[in-house]
Design a protein around this ligand. Structure first.
Ligand code: FES
Length: 75
């Protein structure tokens, strides 16, 4: 699913970038993917993905969609 239509970023691309760590802001995530925010409509969705990933570090659960099942199992 595309989360950022301006940059054509899918949820999987964003999850993969988050899984590699060190990008805990929307701007930082965009920079890590070589792009930048344009219209900003995706900001809430991307912030939610970041928050979900942060929460997963403390307590991974199947309810969190930020990481794949394999990534959760390895955490
Ligand atoms: S939808 Fe992401 S910047 Fe426009």
């Amino acid at each position: 699913m595309i989360l950022c239509s301006c940059n054509v970023l899918s949820d999987r691309e964003i999850q993969s970038a988050l899984a590699s760590g060190g990008r805990r802001s929307v701007g930082g995530l965009f920079r890590s993917l070589g792009c930048e925010a344009k219209c900003g409509r995706c900001a809430r969705s991307i912030a939610a993905a970041i928050e979900g990933c942060s929460n997963a570090a403390d307590a991974c659960s199947d309810a969190c969609q930020s990481c794949s099942a394999e990534e959760r199992a390895a955490a």
